[in-house]
Design a protein around this ligand. Structure first.
Ligand SMILES: Nc1ncnc2c1ncn2[C@@H]1O[C@H](COP(=O)(O)OP(=O)(O)OP(=O)(O)O)[C@@H](O)[C@H]1O
Ligand SMILES: [Mg+2]
Length: 296
């Protein structure tokens, strides 16, 4: 891996070294290394099927690598005691690609699932109060806690998934394509929310995305997956200085240029607004009213 910005001497809550993942003969990752800095939003990009989701699943222990070492919050994955790994799982929150809400549970009950699992001693009242707080924190009205996923728009489902990911006050937040399928206003609002939560809660965010606007708007650095490894990690200007064809095509292609223009134009740049989460209106899904996002 080429770490393009090496002027950092802080902590690394996630360290991946020499990772190999394969499914049968199909090698997904080979000698992949990556270090995530404490308190950053790290964007992870790469073509479809390059193994972004598999990388995330490896980091959180859902995918057993065939080689390599992964250290999360100073714990070596795969070597922890049962107690350690339970403790570790309570220190991160995950929004999976596709949401993965339980359809037979209300939003509030979905958020209560990890609370029940990790803090069974909590009273029903306290548990539901915490769940409702997380729902509000994710920018949904409190009433949304009583709705079923089928009653929510796509953007609301993402926020509900985020509320569940935040249930345990995590230190690390993993987001897999959080803005995929959202209309431009909804996607920009979700970006602003992610950035705001990171700043107020001191989170480190591992953010897989295809969305160039998201990369420009909220990521501190970006890791590029190609050729089975992380070929480079750095700020967007640092990446642009490389002459790797995929990186150039991605950031300097028409969509990349439009995202950059949108970022630099104050009239259309996604806002980092500071309105209280619960009062922020949700974007109407599929309204097509906005021209500020370039899509990806
Ligand atoms: N459980 C599995 N069994 C077999 N192959 C798998 C499994 N999970 C993922 N793969 C394969 O691993 C490769 C990487 O998949 P992954 O889901 O990580 O891609 P991705 O980079 O997240 O793509 P996308 O941008 O489309 O989400 C793909 O070829 C996929 O088919
Ligand atoms: Mg994926």
């Amino acid at each position: 891996m080429t770490d393009l910005s090496s002027d950092y001497d802080g902590e690394y809550p996630i360290v991946v070294e020499g990772l190999r993942n394969s499914f049968g003969d199909h090698v997904i990752h080979e000698d992949l290394s990556l270090k995530v800095r404490k308190g950053e939003v790290l964007g992870v990009v790469g073509g479809s099927g390059t193994g972004k989701s598999v990388l995330m699943r490896s980091i959180i222990g859902l995918q057993q690598p065939t080689a390599g070492e992964i250290t999360v919050l100073d714990h070596k994955m795969g070597e922890s005691t049962e107690e350690d790994s339970i403790d570790l799982r309570s220190r991160w929150g995950v929004l999976f690609q596709g949401g993965a809400l339980f359809s037979t549970l209300t939003v509030g009950e979905n958020v209560e699932v990890p609370l029940r699992q990790f803090y069974p001693e909590l009273s029903d009242m306290l548990r539901s109060e915490i769940a409702r707080f997380k729902v509000r924190l994710s920018g949904l009205a409190e009433e949304a806690a009583f709705k079923y996923p089928s009653e929510l728009s796509g953007g609301m489902k993402k926020r509900a998934g985020l509320a569940r990911a935040l249930a345990l006050d995590p230190e690390l937040l993993f987001l897999d394509e959080p803005t995929a399928g959202l209309d431009p206003i909804g996607a920009a609002a979700f970006d602003a929310l992610t950035r705001e939560l990171k700043e107020t809660l001191g989170l480190t965010v591992f953010l897989i995305t295809h969305d160039l606007d998201t990369l420009y708007a909220i990521c501190d650095r970006v890791a590029v997956l190609a050729d089975k490894k992380v070929i480079a990690v750095g700020t967007i200007p640092e990446l642009l200085a490389l002459d790797h064809p995929w990186i150039q095509e991605y950031f300097n292609g028409p969509r990349g240029r439009a995202a950059l223009a949108a970022k630099d134009d104050p009239a259309i740049a996604p806002e980092h607004d500071t309105a209280p989460q619960a009062e922020r209106p949700l974007a109407p899904q599929g309204s097509g009213m906005d021209t500020s996002r370039t899509g990806a």
